[in-house]
Write a protein that binds this ligand. Sequence first.
Ligand code: ADP
Ligand code: MG
Ligand code: MG
Length: 906
Amino acid sequence: MGNKKNVYLFIKGKADGDAGMKNLLGGKGANLAEMANLNISVPAGFTITTEVCTYFMNSGGQYPEGLEKEVEEAMQLAGEAMGKTFADPKNPLLISVRSGARMSMPGMMETVLNVGLTSKTMPGLISKNGNERFIWDAYRRLITMYSDVVLEKAAGIEPEEGGGIRELLEKEMEKIKEAAGVKADTALGVEEMKMLCGIYKAKVKEILGVEFPDDPMEQIWGAIGAVFTSWNGKRAVSYRNIEGIPHDWGTAVNVQSMVFGNMGDDSATGVAFTRNPATGDNYFYGEFLLNAQGEDVVAGIRTPQALNEVSKMSGSDALPSLEETMPEQYKELYEIRNNLERHYRDMQDIEFTIENHKLYMLQTRVGKRNGIAAVRMAVDMEHEGLITKEEAIMRVRPDQINEFLLPMLDPKDEEAKQSDKIATGLPAGPGGAVGQIVFTADEAEAWAKTGKKVILVRNETSPEDVHGMHAAEAILTAMGGMTSHAALVARGWGKCCIVGCGALNIDVHKKQIEVNGRVLKEGDYISLNGSKGTVYTGKLDLFLVDPAKNEIFQEIMKWADDTRKLGVRTNADTPEDAAQARRFGAQGIGLCRTEHMFFGPDRILPMREMILAETKEDREKALAKLLPFQRDDFKGILRAMKGLPVTIRTLDPPLHEFLPHEPVNQGEVATELGITVKELRRKVAALHEFNPMLGHRGCRLGIVYPEITAMQARAILEAACALKKEGVEIYPEIMIPLIGTKAEFENQKAVVIKTADEVFKQEGISVDYLVGTMIEIPRAAITADKIAETAQFFSFGTNDLTQMTFGYSRDDIGSFLPEYIEKKILPVDPFQSLDQEGVGFLIGHAVEKGRAANPNLKVGICGEHGGDPASIEFCHSVNMDYVSCSPYRVPVARFAAAQSVLKEKG
Ligand code: ADP
Ligand code: MG
Ligand code: MG
């Protein structure tokens, strides 16, 4: 490492580095270099590379050979550029020592300002500058930051809550202010500041047992080491864990000449965004403080003033803007804003300081933004000719598209009501919701009917709660994980949902929740942020954007549609869901499950009769009662999807799911069916399976009871014929679930064809239809070439396929999945994002073999993965024809499909 370059200079007009060198120089260092190259006024300085940080960490705090000399030389050159010299008693240079990793980790690491102030340099500064109070104030800040960052944190001292050196020093300041009878820091005079610095130094000695360093070189190396050490500080480590940033990247250190925004009323400091990051609107947005140093703006010590007229918000309204106060500097800043946007071709988040009327830029980086702002900026920038359509599409994360579809809690209101936060759970269904607490599904439905907005609070939810979940604004459960029933269903509906909120003690009988000593009762209002998992008491403000009316949304979606190759269908069981999905751009139904249709109050009885029937004859009688219901359901769905394909799956779940298991319900049902409770219980017992998910379900039902498949095929095709007679265009596709062998498929296909022939003869008309299969058993994937000889389409049921490939039961995975993720045995929940290596291998194999055997084979995916961007990219890569997902994921899927094409292009 001896001859490697460790230090990169940046001086206005020339820099050793540039914006492309983020890995080596960190984001801050690379962008400071870039601005210097653009001839923007950046205080001169240099960057010590991230490689030095890794060396420092791996060698137990050593620096590579030659670093000291490189730093000294760079310091000399930076000082020359500023007309000052570090440690010089007459005309000393002061510096800041700033952290800066490859990816921005805002506020997670440390920075020390005003380094270089000592008993020797201060008199020189005072006589040169003439502002004695200012120098003592700067010294006070140095003592505070340095003892906190270097002498305490980097030294590994972990003080008790409230006993940190920074807090202790701030208390001393309060005492002095009290004694002087003033409120603002700025009201303290020279003598008080001097006294304060003395008190500070004594306190540091008393608490930390060391003398505050009075040697500039000791200060600078102390600060550099502390910034490197802060890479492994607690905050930084946990932030990296959350964001998935590798721990071995390290941070760079930027050593930069200080400029002072606190030199008087001709000085200022501020933070700005080149466009509004909350709305995306194209105007310069920001805040500043007169006579202040950088950290004051962020810390919120004083109310900042608006940069310009458009940035004025309540609170800063009364105060003059920078544009009014310093028109010349504002104009210059505005030009830099335009310059930076043109150069980076993206919204920038900038820090600036004005020292005695002279403007300096201290930082620029691509600014963070919410989804709605991201889309607005991308579309605007394309219109402005700044970026291409392709770039515009790549600027938005697919998940951000979702923000257009959901009501959200107003972030400002959330900020203001932090004290009303009562608990946090898993963010299972995004968006926000406000409503009154109810404890049962029936109550949810009843209250909702009277026009009340309710939130259904349960320990956990079961399929029997579905009506209540549908009626509720949102669902909150104490148990369950991200793949739990409630979470899954809520996501499908685009409904706000928080699960696994363990702090809630729910007492359904007393109808109350006890949470951290507070008691909430039925009818009390709560507000949920489903994107973050936070629960508040009371009503927070909501806001909603209608995507159909949003031109910007429509425009970017059109670009995405023009780009993508994958079709996007939806999973929908009802005409309402189908219509909703169509409005969101679905190009057909990829999975219509028929089992939900049997739960309606008028259908469940004949369904149970069918299950209890001892003879084929009795079974057919019961099925005949179900036929008209099913036909009407299919008519509704096919009509809602007119002109588009609709894949309908024949009965899939094991039959016991349709029978009552609770003794209380059994009596009632037995009476309805006209049998004894004993008989009913015998049947329930007979249908009991040890492993129902691997039991008598899917095509196995239709093979043992072909009359069930026949009834369903008849219902579908009679509906199709009736609609065709009305002139409605329909494209039914009948899908056989859970095939493992070709013979299974052929058996069911024969039943369908025989029924179709009967129906067409009876109706005197025929319709085009397809018969295909779900591929959800590994054996089916492996023997796909055989199955494709007769199947007209494949739809990958990746929930079951994942379940059976891993041998994990999706319903029981909660007991070990968290541990698996934490121990990195699995990178992510394979039920949320497709396991490309294993399950994906089977899919790739099946697509290739299937198409080789049958070139016309249509191939798609249904199941949760169809709405997950990473899984969609995989589906694109194996050349599927379409993905199918829940209605509220359709726009996300359209968008992710477009990005898949662009990513492939590179
Ligand atoms: P962070 O990345 O946490 O924002 P920074 O390194 O940007 O940390 O520094 C914190 C604050 O100190 C910022 O407001 C910045 O503008 C200010 N600052 C840093 N270096 C200087 C400097 N050389 N002159 C004046 N202010 C500075
Ligand atoms: Mg900063
Ligand atoms: Mg399945």
